[in-house]
Design a protein around this ligand. Structure first.
Ligand SMILES: Nc1ncnc2c1ncn2[C@@H]1O[C@H](COP(=O)(O)OP(=O)(O)OP(=O)(O)O)[C@@H](O)[C@H]1O
Ligand SMILES: [Mg+2]
Length: 220
């Protein structure tokens, strides 16, 4: 017979395993989309751009097909990039998080305060990926739920821990209520942090905005 505690521990283990598997799968899909599909589309586009038929009508159709392939290539490229945080490899954690925040604040047309110097130092790859995914989900939540007039994203090191804080002055919510089954973001953030020995804390209340803290250990 299993107790409620056993069930909870089992659910947590499964949720963690799911996150690891999802991340591995995303990487695989991203490579396949980018390398296989991207390469095939690029060569079809090349053929279509070169080939010239002897009738005007055929030329027009080929030009249109070439344009559609170009659009499809751009979509595949974007999809491959959104599946894996390619920015993280290319730009590093600090610039990637700055980009995520600037894009969101640009879309909302609100000011964004950032102090992310602490993310400039090299971090273990899983910690960097975890913090990137936390920032991504927290900012997505702000865009979806908060309707804020300002956002702040900061990171500081204290003792042997790094704290990423993402704050908005929007609607806030009841942080004590368990999110329903269709809401996976907050639970996913908790599990991701637990995987690297970190912790998520949230300060929020209806009408009072939300501050989310992601704390990660910097040693062992
Ligand atoms: N910054 C925020 N401001 C206001 N409400 C928030 C904020 N972040 C989360 N919430 C509330 O907490 C709930 C749970 O968030 P969670 O990220 O788990 O799920 P979701 O965003 O609704 O769906 P999912 O992340 O699975 O796509 C949200 O539905 C929303 O009501
Ligand atoms: Mg969410």
């Amino acid at each position: 017979m299993t107790t409620g505690k056993d069930d909870k521990a089992l659910r947590r283990r499964l949720a963690r395993r799911l996150i690891v598997v999802q991340e591995e799968q995303r990487l695989r899909w991203s490579r396949e989309l980018h390398d296989d599909l991207g390469q095939i589309l690029a060569s079809i586009a090349l053929e279509l751009h070169i080939v010239r038929a002897d009738s005007h009508e055929m030329d027009t159709r080929l030009a249109r097909a070439a344009m559609l392939i170009d659009q499809l290539s751009a979509r595949v490229h974007d999809a491959a990039w959104s599946l894996r945080p390619a920015d993280l490899d290319r730009l590093g954690l600090r610039a990637s998080v700055e980009d995520l925040a600037s894009v969101l604040c640009g879309q909302l047309g609100i000011p964004c305060e950032m102090d992310l110097e602490a993310l400039s130092s090299p971090l273990p790859a899983e910690i960097a990926l975890t913090l990137y995914r936390i920032a991504q989900e927290a900012l997505t939540n702000i865009g979806k739920h908060a309707a804020p007039s300002r956002v702040s994203v900061t990171a500081h090191v204290q003792d042997d821990r790094l704290r990423l804080a993402i704050e908005d002055d929007g609607s806030g919510f009841d942080g004590t209520a368990e999110p329903g089954p269709g809401h996976l973001g907050l639970a996913g953030m908790k599990e991701r942090l637990a995987l690297v020995g970190g912790k998520l804390s949230i300060e929020t209340a209806g009408g009072k905005g939300t501050t989310l803290y992601a704390d990660v250990p910097l040693t062992g």
